[in-house]
Design a protein around this ligand. Structure first.
Ligand SMILES: NC(=O)c1ccc[n+]([C@@H]2O[C@H](COP(=O)([O-])OP(=O)(O)OC[C@H]3O[C@@H](n4cnc5c(N)ncnc54)[C@H](O)[C@@H]3O)[C@@H](O)[C@H]2O)c1
Length: 428
């Protein structure tokens, strides 16, 4: 453990909450700061404000250990301050307003010797040009790297992933001074069962995260484009990916789907695109990938239309249900979810219902059974285990389903077709 046995986590969301739990489990006193009063109350009552059973169990055991508050003055008690506030993209441009607000609050109570780490995803140069000046506007005239320590350690958590958790994912970090870097390394080493890699500059650490997420976005865009082209050619892309995956080097499988969503992959590329633009470079490839992935919900809707045409059902009379609304399985996060985009595009054009075990929507059915009953088209948009385990060919047949659009390519195609139900995947 490093000096300063209290850690403050600013922003108690999908990132901040698991981090606060981890610090508490590792013996740190934890102050959780959030601007959302309901969230603060929930945490103090040991309840998880996000649907995550693992987190819910941890929080229930940490009542009184994590002291959540909206009072930023409490930050003064912490040796380490971890900033995990949102960094959305507004009209496809970085929106640093939450980071700026959090930095202004920290500056009001900044203490000599504190280690401030930005964990939120930011574009290269944010800590130096945005965070540092705001923090240095403190009353005591404290300077970064001299009186307090400042750096970046991008969060890599993958909510819902049971294998790679906040505890065992390696981290990269850098601070603007050598002493800060040493303190940060000691701190992260004290909470993680994973490697902590020190980079030579904060800018490089900032770039790591946007590169990782952009890598995913462009590779998913590549297979999504292949899905459309292979659909046109009548080649099963899933089989092709299976074949290509046997090559032990130089190939890594990515899978087609309804598009990408969430707070990271669908927007972090814009952080890189915007930053590069400021330096006079235009990322054409990255912009194209964003465009391809954003167009996938429209493609899924076109597959629904094709199924209805095959069935000879008029669109306005068609019963269609969208199953799974979160942006990925096992979470309740609907930020930029392609499933919601599909539902929104269908709404008003068909008789639509939706169902997600974690998310309620305005036209949600009470149960999976109610949702699929008598449907002309069932669209599986998000493959929550709870859905996939139940949606068998027998289940679909028993509920009178006539066709399926499997936007995640996870259902039993052969069995469904054998049961006399039309099947279409994305790229197969
Ligand atoms: N969600 C993910 O899977 C994930 C993974 C890795 C990194 N990230 C990055 O981590 C950061 C946080 O993402 P998230 O998904 O946890 O966001 P979130 O929206 O779930 O949580 C953010 C929390 O910060 C609070 N907040 C906003 N402004 C505040 C302020 N000024 N002071 C205190 N609290 C404030 C909000 O009320 C909210 O509870 C983002 O930069 C994101 O890109 C997210």
């Amino acid at each position: 453990m490093v000096e300063g046995k209290t850690v403050a986590v600013v922003g108690l969301g999908y990132v901040g909450l698991p981090l606060a739990c981890l610090c508490a489990e590792k013996g740190y006193g934890v102050i959780g700061i959030d601007t959302d009063t309901a969230r603060v109350e929930a945490v103090n009552e040991g309840k998880s404000p996000v649907a995550d059973p693992v987190l819910a169990e941890k929080l229930s055991k940490l009542i009184g250990v994590i002291k959540a508050t909206t009072d930023v003055k409490e930050l003064a008690k912490a040796g380490v301050v971890l900033v995990c506030v949102p960094t959305p993209a507004k009209e496809n441009k970085p929106d640093l307003s939450f980071i700026e607000q959090a930095c202004k609050s920290i500056a009001e109570v900044l203490q000599k010797g504190q280690l401030i780490i930005i964990e939120s995803t930011v574009y290269p140069g944010t800590v130096e040009t945005v965070v540092k000046p705001l923090l240095e506007e403190n009353k005591s005239g404290l300077k970064a790297g001299k009186d307090f320590f400042l750096g970046h350690c991008p969060e890599r958590i993958d909510p819902g992933n049971e294998k790679f958790t906040i505890k065992n994912i390696p981290r990269v970090l850098a601070c603007i001074s050598k002493e800060g870097t040493e303190k940060a390394k000691a701190f992260y080493s004290s909470i993680l069962d994973a490697e902590v890699v020190v980079l030579s500059s904060v800018e490089a650490a900032e770039a790591v995260k946007v590169v990782e997420n952009t890598f995913r976005d462009i590779n998913i865009a590549f297979v999504n484009e292949l899905a459309k082209s292979f659909d046109a050619m009548g080649i099963d892309l899933l089989e092709v990916i299976k074949g290509a995956s046997t090559k032990p080097f130089g190939y890594m499988p990515f899978y087609p789907g309804p598009g990408v969503g969430g707070h990271c992959i669908a927007q972090d590329p814009y952080y890189l695109i915007s930053r590069a633009k400021k330096s006079g470079f235009k990322h054409r490839f990255l912009e194209l990938a964003r465009h391809i992935n954003d167009a996938m919900p429209e493609y899924v809707v076109s597959l629904v239309d094709a199924q209805l045409e095959k069935l000879g059902v008029e669109k306005k009379e068609a019963n269609v249900c969208v199953l799974g609304l979160a942006y990925k399985p096992e979470v309740d996060d609907t930020r930029k979810s392609p499933a919601l985009a599909i539902a929104a595009k269908l709404k008003g054009n068909v008789m639509l219902c939706t169902y997600d075990p974690f998310v309620k929507f305005d036209n949600s059915s009470a149960s999976l059974e109610d949702a699929v009953k008598g449907c002309d088209v069932v669209v599986l948009a998000t493959h929550h285990k709870e859905l996939v385990q139940v949606i068998s060919p027998e289940f679909l047949k028993a509920h009178g389903v006539k066709s399926v659009v499997d936007a995640r390519n996870v259902l039993d195609r052969q069995g469904i077709e054998k049961a006399g139900i039309l099947y279409k995947g994305v790229g197969r």
